[in-house]
Design a protein around this ligand. Sequence first.
Ligand SMILES: Nc1ncnc2c1ncn2[C@@H]1O[C@H](COP(=O)(O)OP(=O)(O)OP(=O)(O)O)[C@@H](O)[C@H]1O
Ligand SMILES: [Mg+2]
Length: 222
Amino acid sequence: MILQVRDLVMRLRSGGREVAILDGVNLDVAARETVAVTGPSGSGKSTLLGLIAGLDRPTAGSIVLDGVEITTLDENRLARLRRDRVGFVFQSYHLIPTLTAIENVAMPLELAGRPHRLERARELLDTVGLVGRADHYPSQLSGGEQQRVAIARALALRPPLVLADEPTGNLDSATGAQIIELLLALNREHGSTLVLVTHDEALAARGQRIVALRDGRVVGAA
Ligand SMILES: Nc1ncnc2c1ncn2[C@@H]1O[C@H](COP(=O)(O)OP(=O)(O)OP(=O)(O)O)[C@@H](O)[C@H]1O
Ligand SMILES: [Mg+2]
C-alpha cells in the first residue's frame, strides 16, 4: 500500500461549535492504483486531500504515506516528504504568473537542486504536448494549457503519489476529459499512484476505483 488512511477525523470550530468535517475515514490505496474520490460539495474531499498531502493536521487518526506516518512528522520532514513524494494538481492551476511555462515546470527541480533543470523541464513540457509554448507566460495560455503546465510541474520530481483536486473544474468537458486522460497516461507511464477528486461521474469512472464521500464519511466504494 502506498497510502493507508485510518479512522481519520477532522473537526473544526465553525460559528462557535465543533463540526466534524471528516468523521472516521478509512482508505487504502495500492501502488500504481488510480482512485477517484467523489461526493457532493462540502463532503470533505478537499479536506481529505489536504491531510494526505500533509498541508494540514488531522484531529485524530493516522495517514501512512509510503511507509511513513505523516500526522506526527515535524514540519521540516513533512515539507521534505511533500516535496519528494507528492505531486499536486489543483482546480486553479497555481502557476507563478511572472514565470514562463518552462520556468514554472523547472521550479520544483530548482528547489530540489536538480541539475539540467531546463532540459528536463523541456522534456516534461513535451510529454504534455506544450513544448511550443515553453516561453509563454500563464496569462498567454488557455485554461487547458495552464493545467498541462501544472501537471508537468507536479510530475517533475516523479513523485510516487499524485493528488489532483478537481483538476478539470475550470475547463470545458472536452478539455477536461483530455486532461484526465493525460493524467492517467502519465501516471501509468511513471508508475505513480493517482488520487483524483472529481464531481464528474464519467471522469471518475476512468479511474480503477471510486470512493464516495458524504458528510465526511466514506459511503460507497466501487
Ligand atoms: N477552515 C475551515 N473552517 C471551517 N469549516 C471548513 C474549513 N474548511 C472547510 N470547511 C468546511 O468543511 C466542509 C468540507 O469542505 P471541503 O472543502 O473538504 O469540501 P469538498 O468536498 O472539497 O467540497 P467542494 O466539492 O465544494 O470542493 C465544508 O462544509 C466546509 O465548509
Ligand atoms: Mg473541494
